[in-house]
Ligand binder design. Sequence first.
Ligand code: SAM
Length: 264
Amino acid sequence: MTSIPTLYDTTLAAGPGARVLVETEAGVRQADLYSPDGLALVAGLWLKLSAEYGLMYGGSWLGVPIIQLPGDIVAMQELLWKTRPDVVVECGFAHGGSAVLYASILELLGKGVVIGVDVEVRRHNRAAVESHPLSKRIRIVEGSSIDPRTVSAVGKAAEGAASVLVVLDSNHDREHVLAEMEAYHGLVTPDSYLVAMDGAQAHVWDVPRAKPGWRDSNPLQAIEAFLAAHPEFDEDPRYHRGLVTSSPRGFLRRKRQGEASWNW
Ligand SMILES: C[S@@+](CC[C@H](N)C(=O)[O-])C[C@H]1O[C@@H](n2cnc3c(N)ncnc32)[C@H](O)[C@@H]1O
């Protein structure tokens, strides 16, 4: 966990004429701070710093550790409230915090269950979720998300549900995410979403703490390949309007039957 810096320097004046200048090994980029370019530049840098300092770690949802940036938690809340799913499939359960987040919204909706999949569910994480007040809305499936036995178990658990939403947040290699997208997109009901998380790896592979391999294999590449092969899905940019997100271009909506293209 990062030590929390002193927040904001009151002597930092940045009026209408302020410019932002970034010097990197590739050269100098600059823009008017308050222009769209300035916003894009600062948001891109903030994303890199979020990755460097691990700002998605250290939080919890209703007592269970969650690995998400705050804006992405808000986005998922909006998405669940809008789609009102009967089943949320989550690949990448980890400590269970995101499953508890989704279950807490389902509880307010008065229906639904989260199917949390992970290749390894640690005993203490399982115990914490199974003893949680929201445990009745969470089922845990242990196994690799792309193992046909897992895919089949999840499919059975989701059978007959009127509305299904799928979230992919497990192994973020391109091939693995693409395999998950192919395995689970069929469960997503019209007007609901396939959410592929952590496409931000494509933008943060260069930060000191990152893995340089993220440049060549990341979820964003899987998203692009999936969309090229699946015109029945459309990107919905509203859920990363806060700009600093782990999941740029990751919110894919399944079109309704006969719908040509979604007009955002
Ligand atoms: C980034 S964490 C998930 C974070 C969690 N969704 C949250 O928001 O708190 C990734 C998880 O994916 C799991 N994982 C990795 N490979 C997997 C696979 N092939 N199938 C299922 N889960 C996998 C890891 O064990 C890890 O718990």
